[in-house]
Design a binder for this molecule. Structure first.
Ligand code: NAD
Length: 267
């Protein structure tokens, strides 16, 4: 009889940073649908977040909590991880997903934007991982999935902070993978190409301004120019990779960058 490769996920506990929107929210839903108890995190309107939390719980039947840690604040990030342990008694899966973007030529790039992007897109993963690893080691099992980007492997102009942070996140992923490998823990990076989420929608106008072209030209000639499929990556396609990595089937996948980018980085 065929066995469900994701059956063992039921009852596990996950923290997904930056899960009030976009990829993080879709990943929280995918985990929740498999019976994983999820702690949501992210910024946004309190009523909208509570609606999303309660909706997810009602739709999936799995417990869903929310913690408002700001990824710029190390103590709050550590408390997010401890909150999962306090609420649910364990922590099996950490998805470091929170991320922001700013598009500007390097000579005009605001220093505070550089600092913010490095803090949210790179350093927050360090703080969350640092807090999570002792719990995972004690359990003898854990899965850390860092949502990097095709920009962890290749660059695009005007994204110096983002590209630097994502390249750094991949280096961090590999290092942690080596440190935790004998403890039943894996650490991997998922590297999406362009996915239509608010972070991308906001970039369309910025890119049009920086490059002096129309928004339609940005989508066609800049964003999807690099993506050989000429299609945005979908949430379901990313969730497939996530579920593989966090399942028992993913036990030997460690320290790797998994590109889900329609062939972008093959060029
Ligand atoms: P999004 O803007 O929809 O979601 C970002 C999430 O991060 C939100 O929940 C937001 O509240 C949260 N966040 C931002 N700053 C925060 C802070 N200081 N503290 C706590 N939470 C904070 O973006 P998305 O497209 O879903 O991006 C998610 C991740 O995927 C990011 O790391 C991004 O770099 C990466 N990514 C996105 C794409 C894409 O095309 N959308 C491609 C490759 C990689």
């Amino acid at each position: 009889m065929p066995t469900d490769p994701f059956a063992s996920l039921k009852g596990q506990v996950a923290v997904v940073t930056g899960s009030t929107s976009g990829i993080g929210l879709a990943m929280a839903r995918a985990l929740s649908e498999r019976g994983v108890k999820v702690v949501l995190n992210g910024l946004g309107d309190a009523a909208a977040i509570e609606k999303a939390r309660a909706g997810l719980e009602a739709e999936t039947g799995a417990l869903v909590r929310y913690h408002g840690a700001n990824m710029l604040k190390p103590d709050e990030i550590a408390d997010l991880v401890e909150y999962a342990k306090r609420e649910f008694g364990r922590l099996d899966i950490l998805v470091n997903n929170a991320g922001v973007q700013h598009v500007e030529a390097v000579e005009n790039f605001p220093t505070e934007k550089w600092d913010q992007i490095i803090a949210i897109n790179l350093t927050s993963a360090f703080h969350a991982t640092k807090a999570a690893v002792p719990h995972m080691k004690a359990q003898g099992r854990g899965r850390i999935v860092n949502i990097a980007s095709a920009h962890a492997l290749v660059a695009s102009p005007f994204k110096s902070a983002y590209v630097a942070a994502k390249h750094g996140l991949l280096g961090f992923t590999k290092t942690v993978a080596l440190e935790v490998a004998t403890f039943g823990i894996t650490c991997n990076a998922v590297c999406p190409g362009y996915v239509m989420t608010p972070i991308v929608q906001n970039q369309i106008a910025d890119q049009a301004r920086t490059r002096g072209i129309t928004e339609e030209e940005v989508v066609k000639n800049v964003m999807l120019a690099a993506q050989p499929t000429k299609q945005f990556v979908t949430f379901d396609q990313l969730n497939g990779m996530l579920l593989y990595l966090v399942s028992d089937a993913g036990a030997s996948a460690n320290g790797a960058a998994y590109q889900v980018d329609g062939g972008w980085t093959a060029q």
